[in-house]
Design a binder for this molecule. Sequence first.
Ligand SMILES: [Zn+2]
Length: 156
Amino acid sequence: MTDEELLDAFPGVRIDADNAAWHRGLLDHRLLVNRCDDCGRWHQPPRPLCPACWSRSITPTEVAGDGFVALVTALRQGAPQPGVDYADGGHALVAVELDEQPGLRLAGTVVGTPTAGIRVGDRVRALWRDIPGRLPRADFEIVAGADTAAGEGAGR
Ligand SMILES: [Zn+2]
């Protein structure tokens, strides 16, 4: 895919050298997070240098998309968007802490569970959905509740 095709795929999105791999990955349903070649730290959102050791040697590296809910909030109003329903307890917005590294988080929503039923510490995995009119991105689905995932999630 050329740079021009990538820009066309994400109209209105600012794509630069730092986040191009992230967006290319989304089109292939892969989560490519920038990782430092020198210290091994992952960082998201993409930056031109490692925030831990300032190295400029960065390689987009795939993460599995497994983790736990670190934060959940309910959006009760907002602009109309495909796949977003603000009714019935609000649209869930979560920060998922990935298993690859403490503090490495991705934002998304949880599908298949009512917003009121989502708990900090719930184990989740990435779930790709193709919704017409929406850019590709990973959502999440709960694979184990916070109470059954005790010790792995909340409190880490
Ligand atoms: Zn580093």
